[in-house]
Design a protein around this ligand. Structure first.
Ligand code: ATR
Length: 273
């Protein structure tokens, strides 16, 4: 039986085994998918051992996505641009391919599941860490009018904007520079929610058509989505759909078949605690 796993630390909370088990059942694929707690200094050793023992593919979560990027013998273009890998796949020639399906998962969720638009929209991305880096290229491919990246540490926003400048019209700034600007789509990629916080945002940040998306998800609305509702957002969503969509893209890379996601998303939603 083909073996897959998710590597992380912590990893106990991971929903990936549930998601991939649902995909496998739905598509009639014979495979196993487990979660593995990897020591903070033990990623490459553990990955080597996994593939040496016949493993076919891995998902990589916090804090190993950069190490997985270095581990992969070959990279997809989107993984190269993201500087991070969330999917490793054993290739027919025995090499390990690194991919990043986070960004395409987010875009898929926005466009297909939620029915939102990106093309021609004024987009604001909050945060300039690994999560944001991972979604920028697929976002820019959808041809938004422009993308502003706002971050607490301005320099990181500027660096990120510079790094992706060839792929679209984007600008980096600090939160205090958002005063007077309005956006159709605001994507929260900061980890501020973990501390129960929202970045300091102006009250009139959203256009009349403002949509707000949080890369994080939770059983209760995230602090950012609470802020969004209070400030007139037309629609809001957390990132649970993105989680399932990035998994579906990984599954497709491994198995060559793209699973249906809608039912899996709604089942996960019903079971969130
Ligand atoms: P991740 O992999 O989740 O992106 P990261 O690379 O550490 O993690 O990035 C975390 C992001 O959340 C950063 O943009 C960080 O801002 P700084 O670059 O200024 O550190 C942002 N962040 C974390 N806590 C925040 C808070 N309380 N308010 C605003 N931004 C916050």
């Amino acid at each position: 039986t083909d073996r897959y796993a998710v590597f992380g630390n912590p990893v106990e909370q991971s929903k990936s085994p549930t998601i991939h088990a649902a995909f496998a059942a739905q598509t009639g694929q014979t495979m196993t998918y487990s979660k593995q707690l990897v020591a903070l200094d033990g990623f490459s050793e553990a990955a080597e051992a996994f593939f040496a023992a016949g493993g076919k593919g891995l998902n990589i979560t916090v804090p190993f996505k950069q190490e997985a990027y270095s581990f992969a013998a070959r990279l997809t273009a989107r993984a190269r641009h993201a500087g991070a890998v969330n999917t490793l796949a054993l290739q027919d020639d025995g090499t390990i391919l690194g991919d990043n399906t986070d960004g395409v998962g987010m875009v898929q969720d926005l466009l297909e599941n939620l029915g939102w638009q990106i093309r021609g929209k004024k987009v604001l991305v909050l945060g300039a860490g690994g999560a944001v880096r991972g979604v920028l290229e697929p976002l820019l491919e959808q041809l938004p009018q422009h993308v502003v990246i706002a971050n607490r540490t301005i320099d990181k926003a500027l660096q990120l904007a510079k790094g992706f400048a060839e792929m679209g019209y984007l600008l980096g700034c600090g939160f205090d520079m958002l005063e007077g600007q309005q956006f159709d789509l605001v994507i929260n990629g900061t980890s501020a929610s973990l501390a129960g916080e929202v970045p300091p945002l102006p009250n009139d940040l959203l256009t009349a058509d403002g949509h707000c998306y949080d890369l994080m998800y939770a059983a209760q609305p995230t602090p950012f989505l609470v802020w969004a509702r209070q400030h007139g957002a037309r629609a809001v969503s957390d990132g649970l759909g993105m989680l399932v969509e990035q998994a579906a893209e990984s599954f497709k890379l491994w198995r060559g078949v793209k699973p249906e996601t809608k039912l899996v998303i709604s089942e996960l939603r019903d079971n969130l605690t």
